[in-house]
Design a protein around this ligand. Structure first.
Ligand SMILES: [Zn+2]
Length: 112
C-alpha cells in the first residue's frame, strides 16, 4: 500500500484500518522506503522496524524516516509491499544489527 497524504491522527476507527507493521510482519511483507531526491530504495523487515519505532502504521512510519544520503524527510515515501517468490532471492534487506544506547553528558550552569 503506498503511503499518501496524512495530516495526523484521524478517527480511531479509521486509524485501525491503516496497515500496521505487526500486520505486515504477520503476512510476510517488506517495508519499502524510497527517497525521491536520491532515487534510493531500501527494504526493511517490519519486525526490525517494530523494535525501533514500535508498532506504527504506514503513515506514522513515513514521518520517522530521514534519507541517510541527503538527510531530507520530504522526499521519503514508505510502503508495505508483498514480494513474489521470484523477487525475494537476491533482494538486499537493511537488517537491524543492534540498537546502541548512547550516554550523552548533559551540562548545566549552576550559580554558587
Ligand atoms: Zn535522499
Amino acid at each position: 500500500m503506498p503511503a499518501g497524504y496524512y495530516a495526523g491522527r484521524s478517527h480511531p476507527y479509521r486509524e485501525q484500518q491503516i496497515p500496521r507493521l505487526s500486520k505486515a510482519h504477520e503476512i510476510g511483507q517488506f517495508v519499502r522506503v524510497k527517497c525521491a531526491n536520491c532515487r534510493i530504495t531500501r527494504h526493511y523487515r517490519p519486525g526490525d522496524l517494530i523494535k525501533v519505532f514500535g508498532d506504527r502504521h504506514v503513515f506514522e512510519l513515513e514521518k520517522q524516516f530521514r534519507c541517510e544520503k541527503c538527510g531530507e524527510k520530504d522526499g521519503v515515501s514508505v510502503a508495505f509491499v508483498s514480494l513474489s517468490a521470484e523477487e525475494i532471492p537476491g533482494l538486499i534487506v537493511r537488517e537491524l544489527l543492534r540498537i546502541e544506547v548512547r550516554h550523552v553528558p548533559i551540562w548545566q550552569d549552576v550559580k554558587l
